[in-house]
Design a protein around this ligand. Sequence first.
Ligand code: IMP
Length: 427
Amino acid sequence: MPVTVIVGAQWGDEGKGKVIDMLAERADAVVRFSGGDNAGHTVINSQGTFKLHLIPSGVFYPDCTCVIGNGVVVNPDIFVSERDELNSRGVNTDNVYISDRSHLVMPYHILLDGLEEAARGKKSLGTTLRGIGPAFADKVARMGIRAGDLMDRGILRTRLEYVLEYKNQILTKLYGKPAIDIDELYEICCGYAEQLKSNIRETSSLLNDMVDEGKSVILEGAQGALLDTDFGTYPYATSSSPLSAGGCLGAGIGPTRIDNVLGVFKAYCSRVGAGPFPTELLDATGNRIRDLAHEYGTTTGRPRRIGWFDGVGARFSARINGMTGMAITRLDILDSFDEIKVCTAYRLNGDLIQDFPAEPAVLNQCQPVYETLPGWRQSTTGITRLEDLPKQAREFVARLEELAGCTACYVCIGPVREQTIEVRPML
Ligand code: IMP
């Protein structure tokens, strides 16, 4: 049984929650491996509509083990409220574990995210203000508080004292804000410890044992490849790796154990926050797609920026992820269009380029080169086989495969599990 990594292939919000919810039925474990509660995965199933930020999308299957891996930063308040909400709606969370190596998003991280964004002024990154960047910065600076630290009050107190000394200097001297009281913070953390103690454990050995036993494990990505800290539109990027390689690091499973990498692409593109977006549509067509698709952030409620499918970004994303297949979501959103555009290359200073530039300022100068495909102008909802899709829709799917250099395994034509055409199932 395979280990499958499912990653966002664009700028996040590709519909990973739906794809993972569908595939989790065949999985023994689903593992979140990066990001934090900046992610927002919407899952619609027979139990209702759920907006998950931290808990893996496999939680709706009682036999599925759900792990928040070491690569995730965990806001304990968000975890507890999500867990309580699921429980109150009849979803069991007994199988949800948090890696003892995962770092915690502390109240001062959220404070600092806001202060740093405000200090950037017009150059703000448009972060989700969830404290994600500051929490990952502390992890790398070796100033983080890990979930496992909550399990030993002595270690917890010592760590907090060490970290707070530094944080309070920043808060008071740089931003002119009041210092955080160590006793108050310690009490808050002791509360976290009580609430999370049944969920925190070592998770890498749990997962590797499952793989040894031939069980099926899904590594659930958050955000998207073009927001990756290294390969995304840095500094307009998130602070951890949404790539398949991030899955190995963030779950503690070695690369030789990964069998498949499924990249989730929307049939068009969207982006939230600031940063370059070559195919962005600032016109009525963009508004039409946004309205048809209700493209508003799950986490922040912000209207998402909309654009045509970007073949340059898609090819780049498929390569850096080592994708073995793609899922194309939200094809149905394009059902009513007379014509649909796809970007096949960029034009930069008169030259045609096929590579995704590293520098946002260069990317901002890139003009998309479009190919116009005929629309199919009929509803695809309810179709279950690729051959039953209208000819133009099949040609559109084939063109996206060509541009990304990757085979379509799933095509989604609606928000619920069943509205999926399984072209070449991976699991
Ligand atoms: P941060 O991850 O909150 O620091 O935000 C950094 C950038 O990533 C901003 O442009 C956010 O809008 C974007 N971002 C973070 N999480 C998501 C997500 O789950 N979907 C889409 N964009 C995201």
